[in-house]
Design a protein around this ligand. Structure first.
Ligand code: GLY
Length: 245
């Protein structure tokens, strides 16, 4: 998303591309009549734009998948497809629990301010492990997982996307900046609103923001979250702690 124009490009529910963020950028730059493509149409667009397909399943991901599946009851003797009733029942149970395993999954937020004052934000995610097929998270949705307005700031979120969708989290953080709150307070206000909603799935939400004059801050519902910042004159990432909401 680009702050000066609030132009947005996104893709969702695509499989087998190493860098979906680049396809999202191509939507922004090459398909200005649309903002968001999902599923087969997004893959058609990616192929037309020359993006190469790639095998994304690593040995570690496959191991984590098998471990969660067997711990929850396995797939019986059948294959891991929705047609196998045993697998389908186990997979639905894992979706119902929404208890993601530890391991390599999650969301990346990048916020940038250039010398001319342009603010941009980009978010990429695998989404949660064990989600219902077709589930799109907040990362692809302007206002929820990301938002950017050059007058006030840029914001992005990680964690339980369904909560940031329900409060339009990133937009709420930018609205906080517009109202004069500092970056950490703007993030905290949104997180406290999200945490006040009824939600039986206990999971973290984090928010990060950057102002047009280069101030930044982050907050998290749980302790221990960090983010990194770099400047034009020093490209060594410096680690900051996110405030507790
Ligand atoms: N925030 C990423 C997701 O909900 O999938």
């Amino acid at each position: 998303m680009v702050g000066s124009t609030r132009a947005f490009g996104g893709v969702g529910a695509i499989r087998g591309y190493a860098h979906p963020i680049s396809i999202a950028r191509a939507v922004l730059e090459q398909l200005p009549q649309h903002c968001l493509l999902v599923g087969d149409g997004a893959e058609l667009f990616a192929d037309e734009q020359g993006f190469k397909r790639a095998e994304l399943l690593t040995e570690e991901s496959a191991r984590l998948f098998r471990t969660s599946l067997s711990a929850a009851g396995g797939a019986g003797t059948g294959s891991v497809t929705p047609e196998n009733e045993a697998y389908r029942a186990t997979a639905l149970e894992l979706v119902r629990r929404l208890a993601p395993h530890d391991g390599p999954w999650g969301t990346v937020n990048v916020l940038a301010l250039d010398r001319a004052g342009e603010l941009v934000v980009a978010v990429s995610t695998s989404g949660f492990p064990w989600k219902y097929p077709g589930r799109v998270g907040d990362s692809a949705l302007p206002g929820a997982g990301l938002y950017c307005d050059t007058r006030f700031g840029a914001a992005a979120c990680t964690g339980r996307g369904e909560l940031t969708m329900r409060v339009t989290g990133a937009r709420m953080v930018v609205d906080g900046l517009a109202a004069g709150f500092d970056p950490v307070t703007s993030c905290r206000r949104m997180l406290n609103e999200a945490a006040s909603l009824p939600d039986e799935f206990s999971s973290d939400v984090r928010a990060l923001c950057l102002t047009p004059d280069g101030r930044h801050g982050a907050a998290s519902l749980r302790p221990g979250a960090t983010y990194a910042a770099m400047t034009e004159t020093d490209d060594t990432p410096v680690l900051f702690e996110a405030a507790l909401a």
